[in-house]
Design a protein around this ligand. Sequence first.
Ligand code: XLS
Ligand code: CA
Ligand code: CA
Length: 439
Amino acid sequence: MAAQEEFFTGIPKIPYVPSAGAGDVMCFKHYHAEEVLMGKTMEDWLRFSVCYWHSFCGTGADPFGSPTLHRPWNEGTPMEAAKLRLRAAFEFFTKLGVKYYTFHDRDMAPEGSTLEESNRNLDEITDLALELQSQTGIKVLWVTCNLFAHPRYMNGAATNPDCHVLAYAGAQVKKGLDVAKKLGAENFVFWGGREGFLSIYNTDVAAELKHMANFFKMAVQYKEKIGLKCQFLIEPKPKEPCKHQYDYDAMSVIGFLKHYGLESHFKLNIEPNHTTLAGHSYEHDVVMASAFGMLGSVDSNTGSPDLGWDTDQFPMDIRNTTLVMKTIVEQGGLQPGGLNFDAKVRRESTDLEDLFIAHIGAMDAFARGLRHAIRIIEDGLITGMVKERYSSFSHGIGQKVEEGSATLEEMEAFITQKGEPKVTSGKQEKYESIFNHYI
Ligand code: XLS
Ligand code: CA
Ligand code: CA
């Protein structure tokens, strides 16, 4: 296949057609990139990104079945296919109208038989990526290193009981940071795929956590040394592939970062699909991370909470997208992070156009979420009700508690004087009804 050939033939640049009918799925009905809402364009609020691994490397294979997705870019030697894949990906980003992409080192270029060979492969493919980036203006939202697929990492990378493996992971991250710098990546993600354990009998958790923290310190040091400006992100996930992963959820990661004095160097990349695997609701970790000023970016896919595993589906639920966007708008945006579709079409969605349909549907779902969130915020009804609910902390003893200057003796004196507090309704159903009014 010639390098300049089109892969998505017959598919034009996806237009915005707000009047399109229900059956028109190859256009945006809600996402209007340049439209300004609350002082920012939709494009800037949403900062959409397409992931490389699922959309361009995914085959549809699952533990029970062979590949179902036969892509035209999987031709020739692994290096030839890597170049075709990259060209196909940039054609896709451009036609979709998305400004960012994300990738793992090993899905962009094949792993060689030595570190040197892997690095050479990466150099060659990222030269082409740089060229395509400057031709199209498309940028890297984040890079990450795949520290979980190769057999050497079966017992972990930064938490491996063997320092030889940890050193390999360190060498790989060093190159990953060089690549991030070369391509101008705005973020760098650490997802602790096998940083956890399968059996507590053979595991020294205290040692492993300390090694992981020291590993992150090496990454921070190298980042500073090479003058890499991007934001570091940790992506929590409670399980899969490990039975227990250390980066269980937002609060576990925040606790870990604070314990090891790393909190000023990292933020969180929240994937709500992982949040639901941890037993929380979809928006939970987005809200928790944001509350601590630690929400850096979002992998905006979804799971099927009725299942116990990671399904990486495209987000299509407007309630979820509204709640996430409400949090993002309230914190003033996500930049330099974004909304990355770490999502894969189902193995049964075998047409090339399904890749477009999936992304368009998800982008429209988030655009609707953004529009709803802005209405909720601008109306101020829910915010006002919540403010009123906590109003006892704005004066008197409440204000002292708020400021951290109150004592238990003062609590006792207050109760002695005021007696029993009166019962106040939580009004949950009222909030739910009002929320539903907006979506
Ligand atoms: C896996 C994770 C992974 C990270 C990047 O469940 O979501 O894809 O986002 O390594
Ligand atoms: Ca992810
Ligand atoms: Ca996932």
